[in-house]
Design a binder for this molecule. Structure first.
Ligand SMILES: NC(=O)c1ccc[n+]([C@@H]2O[C@H](COP(=O)([O-])OP(=O)(O)OC[C@H]3O[C@@H](n4cnc5c(N)ncnc54)[C@H](O)[C@@H]3O)[C@@H](O)[C@H]2O)c1
Length: 253
């Protein structure tokens, strides 16, 4: 089978490690030219070295909490690339505070959380709309199963991201752009392993229908590649869980 993303440009945010880097590698293996974005410049350089082994790749350090930086980079990328085929809005903040309730943080922290997890994906997609439209491209937002538990601040940010996914699909659909979200369950990444206590890991795994399975970054990368491919050409405005049956388990039983 031929490579599905030859001559296609794929932009991945939060690409310095974890789910973003693994997804970038998966797209590169399919022939894509990658544009990797992250606030972590050193991590981005390491990621480039990894992705370069699979295909062509450029990087830009950007703080996605800055609207000005998003606009600036959006303009630059739109100038450099007439077409952008895929935007994977994967960057997000979570760990250490994943179980923190919405009443236990101050306004600055709340604003930062929503700015990075909910607003930045929308603003970056808006900034790249012209080249995405030219390609009849695809936007994928990295949500979370936590969106179904919105009493936590993290869950609330991802619930809003789901709403923005539906809204973006509706508005950008006029340009032929598809917009979907992925809602991962617990996936093994350096960030999740470092931050979640073993007790939380066991509790989350206990909520899965497939109890013995450990979610891996490749599970998300495979889904992102599918959603971005022509095999998913009739799918838009969906939030797709990839969580071994963890989310809404109670309702489906
Ligand atoms: N790992 C999981 O179990 C899991 C589950 C559900 C959802 N998610 C989501 O998947 C995404 C990736 O998670 P991960 O486990 O790979 O974590 P990670 O921390 O390795 O990845 C997040 C990346 O986003 C970058 N980032 C953070 N703030 C930024 C900013 N202001 N500007 C630019 N980049 C910024 C980080 O530097 C990091 O490289 C996140 O959105 C997370 O919420 C992860």
């Amino acid at each position: 089978m031929g490579k599905r993303f030859e001559n296609k440009i794929v932009v991945v945010t939060g690409a310095a490690g974890g789910l973003g880097l693994t997804s970038a590698k998966a797209f590169a293996r399919e022939g894509a030219e990658l544009v990797l974005l992250d606030v972590n410049a050193a991590g981005l350089a390491d990621a480039k070295a990894v992705v370069d082994d699979y295909g062509q790749c450029t990087t830009h350090a950007i703080d996605l909490s800055s609207g000005a930086q998003i606009e600036q980079l959006g303009a630059l990328l739109s100038q450099q690339h007439e077409r952008i085929d895929v935007l994977f809005n994967n960057a997000g903040i979570a760990y250490g505070e994943i179980n923190q309730m919405i009443d236990s943080v101050d306004l600055d922290r709340l604003q930062m959380y929503f700015t990075i997890n909910s607003f930045a994906p929308l603003m970056l997609a808006k900034a790249l709309r012209a080249p995405l439209a030219e390609a009849k491209g695809v936007v994928i937002n990295q949500s979370s199963m936590a969106a179904n538990m919105p009493s936590t601040i993290y869950g609330a940010t991802k619930a809003l991201l789901n709403q923005f996914t539906y809204a973006m699909a509706s508005i950008f659909g006029a340009d032929g752009i598809r917009v979907n979200a992925i809602a991962p369950g617990l996936m093994e990444t350096p960030a999740s392993s470092a931050a979640l206590p073993e007790e939380t890991v066991q509790r989350l795994r206990g909520m899965q229908m497939l109890k013995t399975l450990k979610g891996e970054a490749e599970d998300i990368a495979n889904l992102a590649v599918f959603l971005a491919s022509d095999d998913a050409r009739f799918i838009t405005s969906e939030v797709i869980c990839c969580d071994a049956g963890c989310t809404l388990r109670g309702w489906r039983n």
